[in-house]
Design a protein. Sequence first.
Length: 960
Amino acid sequence: MLPALRPPDPSRDAPATGDSDTMDDLEVRLPPRPITQPPASSLHICLAKALGERDANGSVLLDAKYVDLLLELSANNERMIHRLEATIDQLNAKVNPLVERMAEFEKLLKTGLKPAPAPGKSFASAASANLTNSFHASSTRPGIVHAPTTRPPPKQVLASLKPKRVIIHSNPANTTLKDIPSAVLVQKANETLLGLEAQVDGEYVAVRGVSKLPSGDVSFYTKNKAHQKWLMDNKHVWSKVVHPDLEATPGTYSVMAHGVPKSFDIGWPTNLALLASENNFQATDLARVRWMVSDETLTKKAGSLVLAFTNKDLAYRVEKSGIFLNYDYHRTEQFKPRPPQCFKCLRMGHFGKWCREPARCAKCAGTHTTNECPEGIGGVKSMPLQEGMAQEETPPLSMIDTTFETPVHPPYHSLVHSPSQSSLSSNPLPDPTSILRQDLASASTHPRLDPNSLSLIQLNCHVQKSVTLSLLNSALSFDFLLLQEPWINSINLCPPQHQAWRVFAAYKHSPTCWNKGHKAVIYVRRSIPSKAIRLLEGGSQNMVGVEATQTGKVFRLLNIYNPPSSFSLVDELKSWLTTFYSRQQAVVISMDANLHHGHWNPPGTRKTEPEARTLLSTLSLLGFWMVSPKHVPTFYLSKGRGSTIDLVWANFLGSKLVRSALVSCDNFGSDHQAILVQLLVDKPIPTYHWRQPLWSELDGTKQEQIAAKLRTMAAETHTDSTVQVEQLTSFLIHAQRELGRRVQSNQAKAKPWWCRRTLDPVLRERNRAHRWMLLAKSQEAFECYRQWNDYFLSLVDSLKRRSWRRLLEDPAAGDLYRVLCFSSKSAGGEVLPLKDPGGTIVHDKHKQAELLFKGTSVTNVAIDLSDVPADLLGRFVSYPPVSTKEVAAAIRRISPKKAPGIDGLANELLKSLSEPLSDILTNLYNNILLQSSFPAPWKIAVTTIIRKHGKPNYTNPSAY
């Protein structure tokens, strides 16, 4: 028998509210504590009884029923405690506001009434006000995540978190700079800037700190971006005063003029002054003037002249307008120099003036410079230098750096030159911090992309569905998406399909499980014709390439993902280039290399893998160089340390098609940074397609004109029914097109649920929160990004549900078919490449459809027509004439939704023109009956074979 249950335990004391007087009064009114103790619980009684009955050894024996009883009593006791805790929490929730209100009322009586300040407008209220009739405008709907109350800091605060420093090269021959304390350099720099009266917006420019890099260069830290820009623009003025070992030259912007007579002597200042006066600029704006020389220069009467300007806007104007010399016009273009190469260690990416590596001979590979080789320098060729320069500080043009920086319109590359030497001298590397500063300055929003030129974006999606779909829905201003590690559909093991994009993956790789899915894919906008895109051979799970033909230019895009564990793609890329690569084709390689090398590592990173050296040597030997910004981090670790592992390479012809390449912080929520590349290739001409007219809203004027023309045709007499049918059919086809609409093909509206008005502001806030998280690395920044990311995902989910609900409530024409296609299981992407009878791989969709039709639905079998009698011209049966009422009644009976025939004439067109068509069709039918001859166009029929399920023997007629 179970013991009697005791009454419930007394409730726990409520937490103190802070009002001591009120609590004192309550304690006075409380009754004294009872002397008698409450009875023990049933669980305690059972446990005491069980533990009291022990055997001689002191053990306790319990049967199964008794154990079940104890467990049931324990669960009952736990439920009772939870109910009591919930009751106490409810009481506290009701009492605490009353106590707070009483405290506020007491404070108000003491201090008096004060006008309450107007509350600030939150982002949630602003978003709800701007998004009328939006699904999240109401705050009472269940299941909706509200806008976060914590907002990321503004752009000014984010900009203050970025490093503001200027790196100045030091002379490698002198090491005295390392022994000078940082405080002395800071004091000397500030004294120099004060003497120069360096001011920005009325504020004096100052240096806050100095750090010495392992390479020997010096990094000067300043207050903000404006001070940093002034220090960079005038680094050649103040750096030499701070210390004699610091080396800096002003940046220049080069323009090439074609067809300049060789008789123009650039060594005479008078000629340069004449050139400047004819083109409305000063001779002092020219930093240097050089001829583009080669081995054939002496036999030419004209050549190309390179003008290096110190002003960016002036260089841009000269590039666009051309120059005049002796009243002759000369065409100009932006000058793109060759990649830098060190003639001391023979490596790419830097110049010999700043090289701290041991020397390497180009003749015998010994540890000495080339000009000191004991065997002589026979057979070692270099770019010949042209005598007669505008200034003595002109370096060889073959050694000017071409590092692609973040373009600030007009698009120019800042070239940093160094004083020339008697031997082959070189220039310093562009300041990586300057590149990082300019890139981060323009990375808050999308760069200024030319809407008339092709552009591409490279990004590692990290197998995240939100990142991949956000990129497909938001990056509609780009033409190519080169994605590494995209999200893979677990059902068909294929990358996601999108109506605005055409996806290309290696057709030789067939994934069998989710881990074997494609790691590299290329999406191409459907505005580019499919015949202009060809999938390259030799792809794999981690590599895919396409060949694009646009406006007469042919180029290849190669997308590569290098696994971080094995780095297997280095050897695979080398094999592919050996088999399929040709220097006569423009090639751009985009890769997530997962490799580190000093050629592209950010400042402070010295890690280098052997595979990185192999990759650099392989691509350099084949004529490739980096077109993406060097030393700019593209991936940040959890501790905030950045590394440059996403790279873009191009050969000589490919680099001529690259207008700009930069790293953007708008990464669509990925942990990698996107690389944006603008190409010098025009976009395709927009295509238009014909859309059927709205039959309930036809143009009355056009309809009357068509009816009048039909009445005129009915009055005409024809002896041949075939000619009459052809004329009537062609006229009706033309009339249907006149009544229809010409619509531009725009596949960007493929996602009807994507509301830019709703999602764009939230997406901007989420991206800004992501930048704050990368820069600040604080718990508050992490929490802010998490809230905005969850809010964005909840909005996307709610928009999808609302669109689906509206579709089911009021489906339009064609919606049910789209629902059927969406709900049915996908067959797994588009049609794979096919081979034609000649063995050539076919990628064009129209040719593929023709091959599939001929291979599956066309049977070339000879038909025996010997037993078919010839046409008899005699008439054996007499038919009554067809009346107009019969034809009109037949037109009224046809179904408006029935599919048209081979001529494409819709039944709605016949019903809308039933009155004039009745007369002309009556004459036609009577003429056919009179001549006993059926028109030839009406003898053509389209037969569609529908095979029955479960009938594998197609030779049996019952299988159809």
